[in-house]
Design a protein around this ligand. Structure first.
Ligand code: THU
Length: 141
């Protein structure tokens, strides 16, 4: 699945807007995501932490759940951003988010990651690279 430069820029813009709303007082690790839905609409999300730490929601799932709850059926692409010391390891979606992405995106859906403090361009990997042999709704047909 090829995503145009224009759409990529829109995804980045949405993710940057969402990053301002990151609620991460415990980890200080601010994450935002923008999900491109099949309708063409873009949904932003941030991580939302909780005093009961385990209830924290990741940015990726926040964006996807917003899209699905608005009636979207498929996620075509995801753009994830952080703004962290570039010496830290590259930001990648956590295991739980990979499984949730696999529920709504095709294996070749592109997932972009970018550290705003890093001079490197965004990294693109397909969902199937992050989660090979995913267990998906197809397994239950
Ligand atoms: N976080 C995300 O939002 N996405 C990920 O894929 C990795 C982790 C958030 C959860 C928590 O608020 C903070 O980053 C540190 O784990």
């Amino acid at each position: 699945m090829k995503i145009s430069k224009t759409i990529l820029n829109k995804l980045l813009k949405k993710a940057k807007e969402s990053l301002k709303n990151s609620y991460s007082p415990y980890s200080q690790y601010r994450v935002a995501a923008a999900a491109l839905a099949k309708s063409g609409k873009i949904y932003g999300g941030t991580n939302i932490e909780n005093a009961s730490y385990g209830l924290t929601m990741c940015a990726e799932r926040c964006a996807i759940f917003k899209a699905i709850s608005e009636g979207e059926k498929e996620i075509l692409a995801l753009y994830i951003i952080v703004s962290q010391d570039p010496k830290l390891p590259e930001a990648t979606p956590c295991g739980a988010c990979r499984q949730v992405i696999a529920e709504f995106a095709r294996p070749d859906a592109p997932i972009y990651t970018l550290n705003l403090q890093d001079k490197k361009p965004p990294v693109m990997r397909m969902l199937k690279e992050y989660l090979p042999n995913a267990f998906t709704p197809k397994n239950l047909e």
